[in-house]
Design a protein around this ligand. Structure first.
Ligand SMILES: Nc1ncnc2c1ncn2[C@@H]1O[C@H](COP(=O)(O)OP(=O)(O)OP(=O)(O)O)[C@@H](O)[C@H]1O
Ligand SMILES: O=P(O)(O)OC[C@H]1O[C@H](OP(=O)(O)OP(=O)(O)O)[C@H](O)[C@@H]1O
Ligand SMILES: O=C(O)c1cccnc1
Length: 470
């Protein structure tokens, strides 16, 4: 089940009313193909990590209009014959997509949705709602993983996320390389390791910090991470944590860590590490939080801060600073004909027809830096790609291997295979990121990964443009 109840009305109203028109005009069973793609990489990054497919496929398999939905649509004066049709509606379409965790680039189709005109139109916003957000957060998580090395990363974002988006975000964070979440609901739902420490309010509720630490240690002696900055980190929090760590050891237990949540985290982590080591607690970990992101974490590690675990909330789950991935869903084929949307901006003119994407790789298996969007009818090879808008620019794809990225993941409304375990998806993402050369992973001013189109696709678009200009 998705983190929120998804039924047929999880759509923008216009998708439902356009569906009515198709139905009443007898066009609803005509075939259609839509492409999901995005245009701009968030955070001025060099790549996006594809996520959300698992939740999307699950939502599509269960998609139907409940009695309550139908009653509501009746109130909106939708036609009784259409409502009768919607009562037994199930999504029966076919989806092609890369595995979750794939590294993806602008202007390249990521998901190809084929089915009836009505069903492919109806799922637009559902698909965009899930994929855009999950991919945004997975991308942010992967940037954080990149700078954190093998240190532990935990999602702390439930309280700062955009409502129930926190649940999708917790999963997307794992796709991008996070290890755990404080969000118990998401941990249970997706099988993510649950993790947590304690809040300032807990400590404040006792008359003394030491009393609070001791009480927690009594109730969870093997799971103590003491929050040490409520009163004074180095004069009170860390000494009190050491006192209770000693008491725990005397009882055969081990304190797990301390958490720093304010002040100069590098300075405090170094001082706390020295105090813990001198007291005989080299195993007590240092956890930090407080408005962390990839840049703060990079800086802390450059300062040699001895931090073992980073808890990241706001900046992770909101995809800050960009807040959204601009993925769109555009018609490429209907009623057997290739379709396109013209635009004043050449870049926004869509790519018509049923397409495949070829990822090109060098002999070492690294990404070559240029993917090819081709017509599916061309097979699985491209020798030459053209710049998607600039007439004179083209690139020969020499000495490279090519992999078709879009694989059938759903047919007749059912997944073609059981979903991979989340850990497998996360491992796939890391494998693909290792194949992406460093220059595309730079946090600032990354190299531009090229996505070109085949001459045949260029030609098809030209023909359609000429037709509509007439
Ligand atoms: N040594 C450091 N290097 C780089 N960034 C740091 C360092 N220490 C903390 N930060 C980051 O600086 C930002 C602001 O920290 P600042 O010290 O102003 O806040 P604070 O300690 O929460 O303040 P307050 O005590 O009022 O709560 C946070 O994002 C924090 O993670
Ligand atoms: O900064 P973020 O990346 O969003 O990480 C989550 C933050 O949420 C908590 O603070 P909050 O003030 O809500 O509660 P607290 O009193 O328990 O610290 C926690 O202490 C972190 O600072
Ligand atoms: O467990 C924690 O320390 C935690 C959880 C959520 C938000 N901030 C901190």
């Amino acid at each position: 089940m998705l983190s929120f109840s998804v039924s047929g009305t999880y759509a923008d109203l216009y998708e439902i009313t356009m569906g009515q028109t198709y139905f009443l005009e007898g066009r609803h069973a005509e075939t259609a193909c839509f492409d999901y793609f995005f245009r701009k990489i968030p955070n001025n990054g060099g790549y996006v990590l594809f996520a959300g497919l698992h939740d999307l496929l699950e939502a599509l398999e269960g998609l139907q209009f409940t009695d309550e939905d139908i009653a509501y649509l009746q109130e909106l004066r939708l036609h009784p014959d259409y409502l009768d049709f919607l009562k037994s509606f199930r999504f029966k379409g076919t989806l092609h997509a890369p595995p979750e965790g794939e590294v993806i680039f602008p202007h390249s189709p990521i998901v190809r949705v084929e089915g009836t005109l009505l069903e492919t139109q109806l799922i637009e916003s559902l698909l965009l709602n899930i994929l855009n957000f999950a991919s945004l957060v997975a991308t942010k998580a992967s940037r954080i993983r990149q700078v954190a090395g093998n240190r532990t990363l935990s999602d702390f974002g439930l309280r700062r996320a955009h409502g129930p988006g926190a649940v999708l975000a917790a999963r997307a964070a794992v796709v991008g390389g996070f290890n755990s979440t404080s969000n118990t609901y998401a941990a249970l739902k997706y099988g993510i390791p649950a993790a947590g420490t304690m809040a300032h309010s807990f400590i404040e509720s006792y008359d003394a910090e030491l009393e609070a630490f001791r009480a927690f240690a009594r109730s969870r002696p093997d799971d103590c991470i003491f929050l040490v900055d409520t009163y004074h980190t180095l004069q009170s929090g860390v000494p009190n944590a050491i006192t209770v760590a000693k008491e725990l050891e005397a009882q055969g237990h081990k304190a797990v860590g301390i958490r720093l949540d304010s002040g100069d985290l590098a300075y405090l982590a170094k001082a706390a590490r020295n105090m813990l080591n001198e007291a005989g607690f080299p195993y007590v970990k240092i956890i930090t939080s407080n408005q962390l992101d990839e840049f703060v974490i990079r800086s802390l590690l450059e300062q040699q801060a001895p931090i073992d675990v980073f808890g990241v909330g706001t900046k992770l789950v909101t995809g800050a600073p960009d807040a959204a991935l601009d993925g769109v869903y555009k018609l490429a084929m209907a009623a057997g004909k290739a379709r396109l949307k013209l635009s004043e901006s050449k870049e926004k003119t869509t790519l018509p027809g049923i397409k495949q994407v070829l990822r090109t790789l060098d002999e070492e298996g690294k990404f070559y830096g240029a993917d090819a969007v081709i017509l599916a009818s061309e097979g699985n090879h491209a020798d030459l790609i053209r710049h998607p808008v600039e007439e004179e620019r083209q690139l020969y794809l020499r000495d490279c291997r090519q992999e078709p990225l879009l694989q059938k993941v759903m047919e007749n409304g059912q997944r073609t295979a059981a979903p991979p375990a989340l850990a497998e998806t996360a491992a796939y993402a890391q494998k693909r990121l290792r194949q992406l050369p460093e220059e595309y992973k730079r946090l600032e001013n990354p190299h531009l990964y090229k996505v070109g189109i085949s001459p045949q696709l260029w030609e098809l678009r030209e023909q359609l443009k000429a037709h509509f200009h007439k």
